[in-house]
Structures are given as structure tokens and as C-alpha cells.
Design a protein around this ligand. Structure first.
Ligand code: ADP
Length: 622
């Protein structure tokens, strides 16, 4: 029950009691107080207490001020006038409302006659009852205030209380932590000092919610994007609300401000905003759907690609953009998603709003909720119509090139046979015409070179078309290499190169003319890329189940980063200062393929340019 009503009740407080404002105006006296002064109770409200006192006005004022500032009851003595006499009363003053010291607006005074001892009253029983009431009230007020403080202290949110003038009267530990103002230091300070807030974007001070509450008397929420500046200058994003605290009679007693550190929430919001912006501005179509295929989001990229505006398609089935013949594919994708699998760079076709078929590369990932359950899927689609067209054109161009090379090899080979026969004829008459000797040699050498080039070309075409067949048989590699040496020795001698051969009698199962072609190719390279006077060495040995043929030279070598590449078609090492040495860069490509068809492998080794090189050919021994 409000204190004013309690005071008004004639039988509640039996001792003289009066509620006085902090500046000494009597607000509510009780019956017993009026009786002490022998004045009608209704004549008292509005009068100054000091006009009833025998003491000086300033002494009364001083005592009242002490009461408003103290958290405990203040004992004192008060001399009051009763008609012509002066009565000495013992006074006990408490700041009112409870817990509002040091800025209490009122003082509740309990008076006791000094002569009659404590708790004077007309009867013993009244005294006893008075004592009990007063004690109970004080206890109850104290208990309530303790409960309130414990409650406020244990709340997870920050709580800050001000009086009606906007001065801080209470902060809980969370508020003290965030503002970095301990309660004892914050108490009595203006709110703006303890709780300075600014707008995150404009950096201007935000109107304090407490002053708004004081103006409007209603509950006020903080504007968005408010930053609290702590005592050490730390900026903390907060949201809050402020509510008026009213006394039972309706007077505004103060304001309670509840606020919360929303740094994490703000970070999550920023991250969400970033993600949303990425999705919005992505060139790719980004779409999400439920596990039964209903579209739930559709970004501008999807609108550009498929032509549907979000409002036309959200809520519809994803099959709207899937060609009928591919509906089964979607069922398969959904089944994989339900199992938690991702579908990566899956190339497929969709239908745009205008019926155009769009080739896309699709990545589909499951979307999980906080419990980790799959609740839908996100699809990222990129149009690849252009890329697919370019790929098709490239494949077509490649096919035409292969066709052209095959025709070219075929057409070039045609005239070679008659030229070869004619050259043989000419060389036979060389004995009678010595002046033709040189010309004949040139003719034969160039013809051999030309034949090899055309053969390489034809072989590459066959390899690309997968049309090489081996005629396999057991081969004595020693003999094969000896006959190769015999046929090539004149070439090496002519260049002053020394060719040595160390071969064990080893057997392999293979196509002798194709193996002859491979060794001849590698040996020709050794001859071509080794200066005059250099050495070329061929060995052949058995190592376990393998036969290793090594062809080593002391020539110009191969840069180590090119050792693998030289086997690729049309790769030739670019060497400054060394002119072209003929060839199309196809010989090693053909050699590798032929060796692979034999189930073997070929490797190039070199310590670098100028250091010579070695080719190793591994074949299965038989
Ligand atoms: P090419 O017809 O150009 O000789 P190849 O495919 O036979 O084509 O060889 C590819 C390239 O590898 C050659 O152009 C050359 O640069 C390099 N190469 C091959 N063998 C040797 C070698 N014994 N010494 C130095 N470089 C070599």
C-alpha cells in the first residue's frame, strides 16, 4: 500500500509520523502527529516543518538533508511547538522512497517524546504495536531492496537506474563491466557521463533514452546502430530500452535502463549482409530450394540467366527450368543431397523462360539448419553455352587438322616412291659419271630425311586416330641394334662422331620395324644435337625382368625443365644461336607412343644445356 495511504490510516502507524519533502514541506502527516501538535490534521499539508519547530529553520533543514542522503535511519531530536509549550521529540528520519539516498526526494519522520521514553503513546499496548509496525516495515523495505538488488545483479543484461534528475543511483555488475564505471563511482553522476552513446555511422551523440523517458514518461527503445563508449574509450554496439519508474502515486521516481552488448549479433548481421551482397551481385545464378524441389530464393544472376523474375518463380518447382527429358536427373540430384552429398561442376541443360536451352555448369550443396539437418539445397549455375560452343569448335578444328595431316602425309608419300626409284637409277649410273657423285649423295640423304618426316607425320596421324597395329614377334635386340649401327655408321663418321655399341644378347617380344624406328629416331637426334667430334654410346642390358636400352651423347643437352615436354607433339627446344636442325618435333612423340604400345616407357635425362643427354628405353624382357 502506498505510504501516503498508510499514514492516512488512523490505526496503522500509532506513533507520530510525517512525510516531508526534502526542502521541508509537510506532505502527509498522520493523525498521531497532528494530535502531538494539537492541530487539525488537514491544516498541516503544505506547511513548512520549520514553522512548527522551536529550533532554527536551518537546523531543521540540515537534519532533513542528512536524512535524504543517508542509506540508514538518522536519529535526531526535534523541538516542536504545541500551542504555548515546546515539546522535545526524538526523531528518526529515513530517506524516502526506499533506497533513493543520496538524492531522496522525501523524508519519512517518526517522532518519539523524549520525556516519555521511546514509542510514546497513550497506552502500553499502542506503544508495543507501534514498535512492531515500524520494525516490520523497515525490515520489509530492507528485504525488498535486497531482493531487488540481487535480482538486478543476477540479470544477464546490463541494468542502470537513475533518479528523476537523470543521476545514476544503481548499476548492476554487467552495466559496470560494460561502462567500466564501478557502482560506487557511478553513483550520483549524470547518466551522460556514465553512459555516453553515439550513432555508429554519424558518430554524433545519440539523445539519451533517459532524458526522453523523463520528458515523455513512456518506455523508450534505443535507435539502431548505437555505440556505447566505455570509460576507457572502447566502443560497444548495444541495444536497449528505458522505462520510467513510478511511485504508487504516479510520481516519476527515476528511470531504469536495460541494455545489452550486441557485438556478436552485429558481427553475424555484417556477415549475413556481406553474404547477401555477394549473392546479389554474383554473375552466377544462385538459387535455393527445399528438399522436395520448391524454389525458395532466386538472385538477380538467376533472373539474367533464366529470364524469370523472383516473384514469378519463388514457390514454384525447380522442374520449371528443367527440360522434361532431364527430370530423372533432378530426382537423382535430390537423392544425393538427402544423403548429404555435394554435386560439383555438373554440366547439364536448363530451359529459360523464353524456351531457350541454356548449357550450365551446376554445383549443388546441401543446406543444413542449426541442428545439422539437411533442409534444402543451394544451386550455383554458370552458363557455359559459349564455352561449350567454343569447345565444340576446337574439337572440330582439331579433327580437321588431324584429317589434313593424314591427307598431307598420304599425299606426300605418294610421289616419294617414284622419286626414290628414280634416284636409285641415277645413282647406278654414277659410276660412269663421277661428276654426279656429289649430287647423288645429296639426293639420297635428303630423300631419307624427307621420308622420315613424312613417316613421322603419318604415324602421328595414325596415333591420334588410334590406328597403329603392332606386328609382334620375339626379337633379338642385340642383332637389331647391330644392324641399326651398321646402317647409321656412315652418317656418324661423316660428322666425325664416334659411335660405340655395347649390347648383351637380350630378347624382347615386339614389332621389330617399329622398335627399329624408335631407336633410329633417338639415334638420329643424338647425331643431330651432338657437335662434330662428339661421342654417342648405345648400350643394351638386362636388369631383372626388364631390358634397358641407353642412348647417350655428349651433345648440347636438354634444359632440365624440358625433359618431359620434349615428348609432346611439336615441342622443340628453342636454343639461341643454334639454327633449325630440321624435324617437326614429332619424332619423340611417335617414339613414346610406340614404346607405350609395347608396354614399356621412355625417359630423357640430361644435366642441362651443354651437358649431353641420355635416353632410356625400358621394355619387358622375354
Ligand atoms: P625433332 O624432329 O625436332 O628432333 P623430336 O620429337 O625428335 O623432334 O625431338 C624434340 C626436341 O627434343 C628436339 O627438337 C630437340 O630440341 C630435343 N632433343 C631430342 N633429342 C635430343 C638430343 N639428343 N640432344 C638435345 N636435344 C634433343
Amino acid at each position: 500500500m502506498p505510504i501516503k495511504e498508510l499514514l492516512g490510516a488512523t490505526d496503522f502507524f500509532l506513533e507520530p509520523m510525517v512525510l516531508v519533502s526534502r526542502d521541508g514541506i509537510i506532505e502527509t502527516p498522520n493523525q498521531s502527529f497532528a494530535e502531538q501538535l494539537e492541530l487539525p490534521v488537514e491544516s498541516l499539508p503544505g506547511r513548512r516543518l520549520d514553522t512548527l519547530a522551536a529550533a532554527s529553520a536551518s537546523a531543521v533543514q540540515e537534519y532533513l538533508r542528512a536524512c535524504t542522503e543517508s542509506v540508514k535511519a538518522v536519529e535526531g531530536s526535534l523541538l516542536l511547538r504545541r500551542r504555548a509549550e515546546t515539546i522535545a521529540l526524538q526523531a528518526r528520519g529515513v530517506a524516502y522512497p526506499p533506497n533513493s539516498a543520496p538524492t531522496a526526494s522525501h523524508v519519512l519522520l517518526q517522532l518519539v517524546s523524549q520525556k516519555q521514553g521511546p514509542f510514546s503513546g497513550s497506552t502500553r499496548s499502542r506503544s508495543a504495536r507501534n514498535a512492531g509496525n515500524w520494525y516490520e516495515i523497515e525490515q520489509s523495505l530492507r528485504r525488498q531492496s535486497q531482493i531487488l538488488e540481487v535480482t538486478l545483479a543476477s540479470i544477464g543484461d546490463a541494468v542502470l537506474v537513475t533518479d528523476a534528475q537523470g543521476h545514476v543511483t544503481f548499476t548492476n555488475s554487467v552495466a559496470s563491466g560494460l561502462t567500466e564505471w564501478p557502482l560506487e563511482q557511478a553513483k550520483g553522476r549524470p547518466l551522460t557521463e556514465v553512459f555516453p552513446i553515439i550513432n555508429e555511422h554519424t558518430r554524433k551523440p545519440v539523445e539519451n533514452p533517459v532524458s526522453k523517458v523523463l520528458q515523455t514518461g513512456t518506455i523508450v527503445g534505443l535507435a539502431n546502430h548505437t555505440l556505447l563508449i566505455s570509460r576507457s574509450g572502447r566502443e560497444i554496439p548495444i541495444d536497449d530500452s528505458a522505462a520510467p519508474i513510478r511511485l504508487p502515486d504516479g510520481t516519476l521516481f527515476g528511470v531504469v535502463l536495460v541494455f545489452r552488448d550486441i557485438t556478436d549479433q552485429r558481427r553475424a548481421e555484417h556477415a549475413r549482409a556481406w553474404l547477401a551482397a555477394i549473392v546479389e551481385s554474383s554473375d552466377d545464378a544462385i538459387v535455393s530450394k527445399t528438399l522436395d524441389g520448391q524454389i525458395t530464393s532466386w538472385n538477380p544472376g538467376a533472373t539474367r540467366l533464366f529470364g524469370y523474375a523472383p516473384e514469378e518463380i519463388i514457390g514454384k518447382s525447380i522442374t520449371t527450368i528443367i527440360p522434361t527429358e532431364l527430370h530423372a536427373e533432378e530426382a537423382d540430384v535430390l537423392a544425393r543431397l538427402r544423403r548429404g552429398e555435394r554435386v560439383d561442376h555438373f554440366e547439364t541443360v536448363r530451359v529459360a523462360k523464353d524456351g531457350r536451352r541454356v548449357e550450365i555448369s551446376l554445383t549443388v550443396s546441401p543446406i543444413r539448419n542449426e541442428q545439422g539437418e539437411i533442409i534444402g539445397a543451394s544451386k550455383i549455375a554458370r552458363e557455359i553455352t559459349e564455352r561449350k560452343r567454343a569447345e565444340r569448335m576446337l574439337l572440330e578444328a582439331d579433327r580437321r587438322k588431324d584429317e589434313f595431316l593424314a591427307t598431307l602425309a598420304h599425299e606426300l608419300r605418294h610421289p616419294l616412291a617414284p622419286i626414290y626409284n628414280s634416284a636409285q637409277l641415277l645413282c647406278r649410273i654414277e659410276h660412269d659419271r663421277p661428276e654426279l657423285k656429289n649430287a647423288c649423295e645429296i639426293l639420297q640423304r635428303q630423300l631419307q630425311q624427307l621420308t622420315r618426316l613424312v613417316d613421322d607425320l603419318a604415324d602421328v596421324s595414325r596415333i591420334r586416330a588410334g590406328r597403329i597395329d603392332l606386328q609382334t614377334e620375339p626379337i633379338d635386340l642385340g642383332r637389331l641394334l647391330h644392324s641399326l649401327e651398321l646402317s647409321m655408321r656412315p652418317l656418324f663418321e661423316a660428322s666425325g662422331q664416334q659411335l660405340t655399341l655395347h649390347v648383351d644378347p637380350v630378347y624382347v617380344h615386339g614389332d621389330s620395324s617399329r622398335l627399329f624406328q624408335v631407336f633410329s629416331n633417338v639415334l638420329h637426334n643424338a647425331h643431330k644435337y651432338t657437335p662434330a667430334g662428339g661421342q654417342i654410346c648405345v648400350t643394351c642390358e638386362r636388369a631383372g625382368a626388364e631390358v634397358i636400352i641407353r642412348i647417350r651423347d655428349t651433345g648440347i643437352g636438354i634444359p632440365t625443365d624440358m625433359l618431359d615436354e620434349v615428348f609432346d607433339p611439336m615441342v622443340q627446344v628453342n636454343r639461341a644461336g643454334l639454327g633449325p636442325r630440321g624435324g617437326l618435333g614429332l619424332g619423340l612423340t611417335v617414339a613414346r607412343r610406340l614404346i607405350e604400345l609395347h608396354g614399356g616407357r621412355i625417359e630423357a635425362h640430361s644435366d642441362g644445356e651443354g651437358k649431353g643427354c641420355e635416353f632410356l628405353i625400358f621394355l619387358a624382357a622375354s
